[in-house]
Design a protein. Structure first.
Length: 87
């Protein structure tokens, strides 16, 4: 794994609208990149088409992983909160 040039960020997604904005943006971004990758793949012979298409797909996959990470963290937070309330 490469060294990050940024520090991790903790987002407050306590408001449902904040959660919606973040996840919708990640979903839209991934879909947009998939469409761009398809467009690049349909124009063979264009300079950098295969490399650009691959780059778009990699970024789309990264956006989906980020969305998955948000979901896992929210689930873990909810489980921890329930466990604290049960004690």
């Amino acid at each position: 794994m490469s060294e990050s040039s940024f520090e991790p960020v903790l987002l407050d997604l306590g408001d449902a609208d904040d959660y919606y904005v973040l996840t919708a943006a990640l979903d839209d971004f991934a879909s947009h990149l998939d469409a761009q990758a398809e467009e690049e793949a349909r124009t063979p012979g264009a300079p950098g088409d295969a490399a650009q298409s691959r780059s778009f797909r990699i970024l789309a996959a990264r956006a989906r992983r980020m969305r998955g990470a948000v979901e896992r963290q929210l689930q873990a937070n909810a489980e921890a909160r329930r466990a604290m309330l049960d004690t």
